[in-house]
Each structure stands twice: as C-alpha cells, then as structure tokens.
Design a protein around this ligand. Structure first.
Ligand SMILES: C=C(O[C@@H]1C=C(C(=O)O)C=C[C@H]1O)C(=O)O
Length: 284
C-alpha cells in the first residue's frame, strides 16, 4: 500500500469521525427536546429511564450482528446514555462498596458514565439516606447477601418510594467472578420487554424458603432467593426473591401459584423491576 492510499484512508476515517460527532450533537439536541416534554428537572425527578435504555442497547447489539464488538458497543452507549441523562437533570451517585464485595464504584461509573459523580458511603443505610436528602439520585449497592438488611427499608411507605431500577452490569459476564449491584432510585420501574422483578414475600415462619421457591418454580417464575430475614418477634419471615418477568402482586401467575400456600403468605411487596442484563451468550 502506498503512502497516498494510507493517507486517503485516514482522511476517510476523519470524515467518518466528524459525521459521528455531528450525529451525537444532533442526538443530544433531540434528547433536550425529550427532556422538556418529560419535565424531570422541574419535577425534581431523575431523567433516567432504564427500560428505554435497555431497549436501545438490545436493538443496537442485535443490529451490530458481530460486525462491531458488542462489549465495546455497550460500553460506548452506556457512556453516551450517562451523558444524555446527566444533561437533563442532576445525576449523582452514592455507592456502598463494602470490603471484599468488589469494585462497586467502578461498576457505577461504567454504567452511569463519567459525568455522574460517584460518592462513597460507609454503609448501605447512608447510601439510601443520600436519596432522601437529595445529595444523590441513585444509590448503588452490591447484590444483597444473607447478612444485608438494607432492602428491608424499601418496604416503607414513603411518599416517594424507592425501587431497585437496574441491575449492574448490563452485560452479565456470568461465569466470571465480577461484582454485581443494584441501583436504587425514587423512580417507578417500567417494563422493557425482558425484565426481572424483585419481590419481598412476608410469610409465616412455618413455610420454608424452599417450599416458597418450589411454588414459584411450578409457575415458571425461576425464583432466585437472595436473602431471608426473621423479624424480632419470630412471627413472620421476609424472603427477598428475584423472579423472571415484570410482575405485580395480585397478578397472574403470581397470585395463582401462591394460592395453595393460603394465609401463610402474609404480604407480597414488589421493591424492584428492571431489565434483565444481556448475557455474553446472547451476544453470540
Ligand atoms: C432521552 C431520554 O432520557 C434518558 C436518555 C436516553 C437516551 O439518551 O436515549 C434514554 C433514556 C433516558 O435514560 C428518554 O427518556 O427518552
């Protein structure tokens, strides 16, 4: 290849870079128009819409069909979505990174982008409090383990209920040991078409977690129990379980599968709904 060919091809790359940047600028202007319609800033609300973002990312990775590395595509668009969300309304993050549970702050940064400041909290409770006092709009916490109790506070009937709205990272490298986290915000979950739900089942102590999961399995809900808490008076037990689908209590098939357990199910409270992360296998 001659020096002339190389310089022509580099000119072509420069032309494409300019065109891509012009498109990003044009996209940002459309997002600002969307922002004025949604009115999140005036309502003191987060501009983030995890379901819409997941639909964009799934569509683009399918469209790329391996012609551009999917993991890079996802990371580039996560940065873009972070920039467009930050441009609409404040987006500050408070992350709880307990010892030995992985790089949660880095996970938050990779997901929400470089523009969103990530502050550290000493405890999960402190991270959740930051949502109440307005010093952050998103709390990022590692997936609960048995000893964690923070998820219990999402059961409260606050005037602006907090929900788990995302599971991080969006590209799930299951099989590798990598940290996973929940993003909590004062935002109502919306369905993206392929979703997971996080529910708290309050039961009488005489039914085991295994029995509860068996009933959920039978309805094809693929339960993944995360944690169980016994209340001080031993009169009820709280089970935190992630299920396939965007579910609401009282809705079929949840209501139907719990019916045989009768009055031993005291209460079912959804505390989260979020897009199911893409698996590496799905990317092909
Ligand atoms: C533009 C919007 O706000 C945010 C930014 C998005 C984007 O850049 O495409 C998508 C979803 C939201 O997180 C929107 O709600 O559509």
């Amino acid at each position: 290849m001659s020096a002339r060919d190389l310089s022509e091809l580099r000119n072509e790359v420069d032309r494409l870079d300019d065109a891509m940047l012009d498109l990003l600028i044009e996209r940002m202007a459309v997002v600002q128009h969307i922002a004025s319609l949604k009115g999140d800033r005036d309502l003191g609300r987060l501009a983030l819409r995890p379901a819409r973002e997941a639909m964009i990312l799934r569509r683009l990775t399918a469209r790329a069909r391996g012609r551009f590395p999917a993991a890079s595509l996802l990371q580039m668009w996560r940065e873009l979505l972070g920039a467009t969300t930050s441009a609409q309304a404040p987006l500050r993050i408070c992350a709880w990174e307990p010892e030995g549970r992985g790089a949660i702050r880095a996970l938050a940064r990779n997901h929400f982008g470089t523009l969103a400041p990530v502050r550290s909290a000493e405890t999960a409770e402190e991270a959740l409090r930051s949502l109440g006092d307005g010093s952050a709009q998103i709390a990022v916490l590692p997936l609960p383990e048995e000893a964690d109790r923070w998820w219990r506070s999402l059961l409260g009937d606050g005037s602006r209920p907090l929900h788990v709205v995302s599971r991080l990272p969006f590209l799930d490298g299951s099989g590798h040991s990598h940290p996973q986290a929940f993003a909590v915000a004062a935002l109502d979950p919306e369905p993206s078409g392929i979703d997971l739900s996080l529910l708290v089942f309050e039961t009488t102590p005489d039914i085991s977690r295994a029995r509860l999961c068996e009933a959920l399995h039978a309805a094809g809900l693929a339960p993944r129990p995360l944690a169980t808490l016994h209340d001080d008076a031993e009169s009820s037990v709280l089970h935190l379980i992630e299920l396939d689908g965007f579910l609401a209590p009282g809705e079929a098939p949840l209501a139907a599968c719990l019916e045989p357990l009768g009055s031993r199910i005291l209460r079912v409270t959804p505390i989260g709904g979020y897009p199911r992360p893409l698996s590496e296998a799905e990317l092909g």
